[in-house]
Each structure stands twice: as C-alpha cells, then as structure tokens.
Design a protein around this ligand. Structure first.
Ligand SMILES: *[C@@H]1O[C@H](CO)[C@@H](O)[C@H](O)[C@H]1NC(C)=O
Ligand SMILES: *[C@@H]1O[C@H](CO)[C@@H](O)[C@H](O)[C@H]1NC(C)=O
Ligand SMILES: *[C@@H]1O[C@H](CO)[C@@H](O)[C@H](O)[C@H]1NC(C)=O
Ligand SMILES: *[C@@H]1O[C@H](CO)[C@@H](O)[C@H](O)[C@H]1NC(C)=O
Ligand SMILES: *[C@@H]1O[C@H](CO)[C@@H](O)[C@H](O)[C@H]1NC(C)=O
Ligand SMILES: *[C@@H]1O[C@H](CO)[C@@H](O)[C@H](O)[C@H]1NC(C)=O
Length: 495
C-alpha cells in the first residue's frame, strides 16, 4: 500500500473514531434464522442489515457463513446454542471449551466478528418440551461461562438464556402478581443469580400475536401499541398493551426473588404475515410500527422505564421451519424470504425499510395445473399432497394469503411451490401429466406465486472476488473516506 493511501486510511480511521453524538436508534436488533430451502446468501443479508440500520443480530446457531460475513461490520452478534447441544455441553467442560474455541474465539480473532453474547439453548424450559432440557441447561450455561473465561473473552462475550415468557405467570392475572413458574422457581433463581454474578443478562421472548392466536376471546386491541384497548388497572398503573403487562410480570417476578435490577433484554418479538387470519401484512405493519417507534423513542415499560435491547423476530421468512406451532411459523419475516418488502415501516427521521440488493432469481416461469387437466382427475389430490409434503403450502390454509383460490389455482399453487423448491428442474413439473410450465404470472390478489432465488448464481457472484490494483485500492480508500465524511455530515450534522 502506498504512502498516500496509508495517510488516507489513517485519516479514515480518525474520522471513524469520531463518534457522532448518540441520537440514532438505540438497540435495534433482529433475529436472522436460516431454516430455508433457499436461504439468502450471507453477503446479501449483511448488506440488508446495514442498509436498514440493524446494529444487533441474533443467530440460532453458529452458522459459519453468517459469522464470517458479519466480521468487521460493526454489527453486534448473539450466537445461539441449539437445545440438542445442551446435554453434551453440560456433560463436560472440555466440550464447552471446544465449542467456544470453534464457534466464538475463532470468529473473533480471525474475522473480527463482534460476538457479544452466547445464547445457551433456545426457550429450553418451554412447557411443551416436557422438562427435556431442565437438568442440562444450567450446567451447560456454567460450562460455557467457564470456557469463555478460559479463552480470555468473558469480558466482551456475555452469557444468556433466551426464555419463553411461559417461565413466569401471575396468579392474580395482574403484572404485580408475577412470579416464576412453581416447577422451575428454584432453577430460575439459581440461573438468574449466576447470570447476575457473571455480568450476564436475562433474555425473554414475548409474543402478543400468540396471546391472540391462543385465545379467541383475547381483546384484539390489547395486542397492539396504539393505546386503543380498555386498560388493565394494576394499582396505580394502567396497562394498555399485553407487551408491557407481560414484561412487567417478569419484573415483578424478579423483584420478588431479590433481582429487581437484573438486566433483561427482549430476544424475540414480532408479528407474522401469513398462515392465520390474524397474520397479515396490515397487522404486522401495525404491530411492528408501534414496536419500532418505542425502540426509537427509547421507551420502556411502566415498571422498567429504561429502554432495553430488542431483537425483532424476524428478518426473513423461513420455508423449512417446523409448522408444529402453526402455519404462521414460516412467515415471521419483516421481509420475504428473498429480502423483498412485505410492508413499509417508518424508522424515524424519514428512514424506511430498504429491500435486499443484488438478488438473482431462477427463470421467470411457473408450474401450473395444465389447462387440459380436469379438477376431477383422480391423481390430482395425490399430486397436491406430494407437492405440499416437500414444499411450503402454508399460504393455502384458511384465512391465509392464498386461502381463497379455486380448485384449479389451488393445485397450481402447490405444483409451483414444489417446482420452485426443486430449482425449477423439468421433471418437477409433471404430476402424472397434470402440470405444465407457464410464463404468465398466476398471482392473484394477495396470493403471490413465488419464483425462487438462484442459489447457484448467487454463489458465483462474489463481490470481493475481483482483482484490484493499487490504483483501485486508492480509489476505494478515498471513496470510503468521502462516504464516511458525507455520512457523518448527514447523520450528525457535524463539520
Ligand atoms: C428441511 O428440514 C428438514 C427437517 O428439519 C431437513 O431434514 C432438511 O434437510 C431441510 N431441507 C433443507 C433444504 O434445508
Ligand atoms: C461448534 O463447535 C463444535 C465443536 O465443539 C462443532 O462440532 C460444531 O460443528 C460447531 N458448530 C456449530 C454450529 O455448533
Ligand atoms: C462490539 O460491540 C460492543 C457493543 O456495541 C462495543 O462496545 C464494542 O466496542 C464492539 N467491539 C468491536 C471490536 O467493534
Ligand atoms: C387446496 O389444497 C390444499 C392442500 O394444501 C387442500 O387441503 C385443499 O382442500 C385444496 N382446496 C381446494 C379448494 O381445492
Ligand atoms: C437447488 O440449488 C442449490 C444450488 O445449486 C442446491 O444447493 C440445492 O440443493 C438445490 N435444491 C434442490 C432441491 O435440488
Ligand atoms: C410425466 O408423467 C407422465 C405420466 O406419468 C409420464 O408418461 C411422462 O414420461 C412424464 N414426463 C416427464 C418429463 O417426466
């Protein structure tokens, strides 16, 4: 590197070090799940995160592609440990040491990834798991903490356990009556004491959508943040949304057990857009608009007015997630699976959502039920159920975006999802001769007929792969320095 470019790089770093006064969005985090048949490539996702100002991201496992690409981006990362690893990590410190070495230290030192949390397990005490992880979670947490200390990174990397809000409850139905579930009260107390003593945090997932989904009599307005619900009165406090009430139930539980100042962050909160009558873009926009506005304003809850980090669930849709919780489970993304917009959101200061850039698609063609085929063909039902066994048909359900299709289009939807999931391979659009390829988009109303992204092409298009001369590097450094200066002027109004 030449003398001039060195000087410019130095200048660039000085400019970078000049932090603008804190007035941007605080703690805007998001969950990045990758259970997709066609996951968006990490370089496109990381650009999507940056373009939208997400400065914190939560991963459900130590995905190498994601962790490498997040290196030197300034984005803070929470890395998750899946529940099925809890038993081996609980059984030996050596396992934990290896896990931390390969999945944390490695990325910090080699790629400059800013890993700031390790999330041990994912909602391990969920009632539906039937105590499966109750005995392994705490020892795994202790071993991971020991491993972080041994690796010399315990100061920068903190431990936590993301818990479902069902670890606490209120017998009185009011937030002030909150306490931990009786069956795990001692365990929770021990875990929280350990987290507190090791500078860890408590992470809670709160889902107003699930309250609405689980109870047909749930007051709808109470799920949102616009103060339109008739308030729940708890002593001097009026609650107008279930999120505040739920969070404060936890704060009461903490206070009762002597942990009133324990830091709590929100690991997951969001609203799905399909797969249920209440899951649509309009409701998701309404909920997330309210949520983001609270985050921007640094608003807390009545019992804990200081703002906390919030990780929205989630960034993009995942068409290969289990639908055990419901059909909506594959549609939590603020963006579609390919990074396109579902709805717009106001991010304050005139900023709004920006879609993913540089996404490559398969050919513009769809698989439909052949015009010559009859809806009374005896093979049709089998064809549809075969397609839906391997591809995502959750949009066809009652109250979903494609729930009103006639029988012919319904079959076309299923055939197309299978065809796209199979990368449009020719023999995947046959179905005993009932299907045919069409170049006319069959989408209708709210029902979108997908075209999948081209993973082969994405892989080849590496933006960092081009050869660069000294002159090119110079140009890049100058351009970067100018961009940073322009950004600082715009963002902070300095200079
Ligand atoms: C989809 O999920 C199933 C079950 O979890 C898994 O076996 C399969 O490999 C996944 N498929 C893709 C393409 O990720
Ligand atoms: C993490 O580290 C372990 C070694 O303990 C390794 O087997 C595993 O594949 C790594 N990756 C993930 C995603 O856990
Ligand atoms: C990592 O993120 C934390 C929290 O935002 C920040 O304090 C720290 O400076 C970051 N570290 C690096 C190396 O960027
Ligand atoms: C549409 O396909 C689904 C399969 O996902 C099936 O259950 C449903 O009965 C079909 N509806 C119509 C109108 O054919
Ligand atoms: C689709 O193509 C990608 C990239 O070539 C490949 O990894 C994936 O396995 C293919 N999916 C199927 C179902 O063939
Ligand atoms: C499509 O299915 C029909 C009937 O099962 C079969 O005769 C034909 O060979 C298939 N075509 C292709 C391209 O697989």
């Amino acid at each position: 590197m030449g003398k001039n470019s060195k000087f410019l790089l130095w200048f660039f770093m000085v400019v970078l070090a000049f932090q603008c006064p804190e007035k941007g969005v605080q703690g805007l985090g998001i969950n990045w799940g990758t259970r997709s048949t066609h996951p968006l490539p990490p370089n496109i996702v990381v650009k999507l995160l940056k373009d939208n100002g997400f400065d914190k991201v939560k991963l459900f496992e130590a995905e190498p592609g994601a962790l490498k690409t997040l290196g030197r981006t300034g984005i803070q990362v929470m890395v998750g440990i899946p529940n099925d690893l809890l038993a081996p990590l609980a059984s030996s410190v050596t396992n934990a040491v290896n896990w931390v070495q390969q999945n944390v230290s490695n990325y910090i030192s080699r790629y400059g990834t800013n890993i700031s949390y390790v999330a041990v397990g994912n909602e391990p005490f969920l009632k539906t798991y039937d105590n499966k992880f109750v005995s392994t979670t705490f020892p795994a947490l202790q071993n991971i903490q020991a491993a972080l200390i041994k690796a010399g990174i315990a100061k920068q990397v903190k431990v936590t356990i993301p818990l479902n809000a069902d670890v606490y409850q209120s017998d009185s139905g009011l937030p002030s009556g909150g306490n931990f579930r009786v069956d795990i009260l001692d365990l929770m107390t021990n875990i929280i004491k350990f987290l507190r003593d090791n500078n860890g945090v408590l992470t809670i997932n709160i889902y107003p959508f699930l309250s609405l989904y689980a109870d047909p009599n749930f007051p709808k307005e109470y799920a949102y943040f616009d103060n339109k619900a008739s308030p729940l009165q708890d002593g001097p406090i009026s609650y107008t949304n279930v999120y505040d009430a739920n969070f404060d139930t936890l704060i009461s539980a903490l206070e009762k057990n002597g942990f009133g100042s324990m830091p709590v962050i929100i690991g997951e909160v969001g609203w799905p857009t399909d797969g249920d009558p209440n899951a649509n873009a309009e409701n998701a926009q309404r909920f997330n608009e309210g949520l983001v506005s609270r985050i921007i304003q640094g608003q807390g809850t009545p019992k804990r007015p200081t703002p906390t980090d919030v990780y929205i669930f989630s960034l993009i849709d995942e068409d290969n997630k289990s639908v055990a919780p419901g059909n909506f489970e594959r549609h939590w993304g603020m963006f579609n699976y390919d990074g396109t917009l579902k709805y717009q959101l106001n991010f304050g200061g005139g900023k709004s959502l920006v879609p993913a850039k540089g996404v490559r698609y398969l050919a513009r063609q769809w698989c439909i039920m052949s015009p010559q085929a009859s809806i009374s063909d005896p093979n049709l039902a089998d064809g549809i159920s075969y397609a839906c066994q391997f591809a995502d048909c959750t949009s066809l359900g009652y109250g979903s975006s494609c729930g009103n299709l006639d029988a012919q289009r319904n079959a076309s939807y299923a055939f197309n999802m299978y065809f796209q999931t199979m990368n449009q391979s020719k023999d995947s659009c046959n179905f005993s001769g009932l299907a045919a390829i069409s170049t006319t988009d069959p989408s209708q109303g709210s029902c979108h007929f997908e075209i999948m992204i081209d993973l082969g092409k994405q892989g080849r298009a590496s933006p960092s792969g081009s050869p660069s001369s000294e002159a090119m590097r110079m140009k890049n450094v100058v351009a970067a320095a100018l961009t940073v200066m322009a950004a600082l002027v715009l963002l902070c109004g300095v200079f």
